[in-house]
Design a protein around this ligand. Structure first.
Ligand code: E4P
Length: 223
């Protein structure tokens, strides 16, 4: 089960990368634009923080398959390291996934709302599919059900494409995606911070410290 940071904010990526065992960073056009810098600068700086071994997901914006392939090749050239090209599941997108797979450029099929979209993207050669849990919930659908149906389809048809569940707005959605068998999740920094936060844990730590300090002083090995 792998965890990715869904952000292009350098301060947050740096902080989380220091203590969480993350596998990489996912971006999309909205995430990059939010940082108010050129995308080249953001992507290069993210790569510097996470190193070349962790995966960096970069989304294309073109509509036609040929332009999508061009953009993918441009990003591969621009940013060193393990990049995964995110491609929306349109007909042209699927065509591009097939072409990029034959060129050994790994892809993630994004903006997934239905299990069928995931199945077709997987058959085209996508390394990952990204079902949009919260956006599906917002349409009165069931995002977690979509995740578990995709997992079920991939299992019974012995498909090696992995599910990277995305678009979360709370900790419970992330937890349910993990329980449903998603191979990985990408989560915004504000929600990642909440994954281990629990008031009783902080309280217990304080009690242990004050009991210890009262009995032994507050420095271990320096008495
Ligand atoms: C993944 O990279 C997706 O683009 C992202 O999780 C979408 O999240 P949102 O629905 O919060 O915009």
């Amino acid at each position: 089960m792998r965890l990715y940071i869904d952000s292009a904010n350098l301060t947050q990526i740096e902080r989380i990368n220091e203590y969480y065992p993350i596998s990489g960073v996912t971006t999309n056009p909205s995430i990059l634009v939010k940082e108010k810098k050129h995308y080249t600068q953001s992507l290069q700086e993210i790569r510097k923080i996470i190193g070349e071994e962790k995966e960096l997901f970069i989304q294309v914006i073109a509509d036609s398959a040929s332009e999508i392939v061009e953009e993918a090749e441009y990003f591969q050239e621009l940013i060193p390291g393990k990049n995964i090209i995110k491609i929306p599941v349109t007909q042209e997108g699927i065509k591009a996934i097939k072409q990029l797979t034959s060129k050994n450029i790994p892809t993630l099929a994004t903006t997934i709302y239905t299990p069928f979209q995931a199945l077709i993207a997987a058959n085209a050669g996508a390394k990952y599919v990204a079902p949009y849990v919260n956006r599906i919930d917002d349409l009165s659908g069931d995002g977690i059900r979509v995740v578990s149906d995709i997992i079920h389809l991939f299992t019974i048809h012995k498909i090696s494409t992995e599910v990277l569940a995305a678009s979360f707005k709370n900790v419970n959605q992330v937890y349910q995606a993990c329980l449903s068998g998603a191979h990985s999740v990408t989560v915004a920094p504000e929600i990642i911070e909440k994954l281990i936060a629990f008031p009783a844990t902080q309280r217990d730590v304080k009690v242990f410290q004050s009991q210890w300090n009262e009995a032994y002083g507050n420095e271990i090995g320096k008495e």
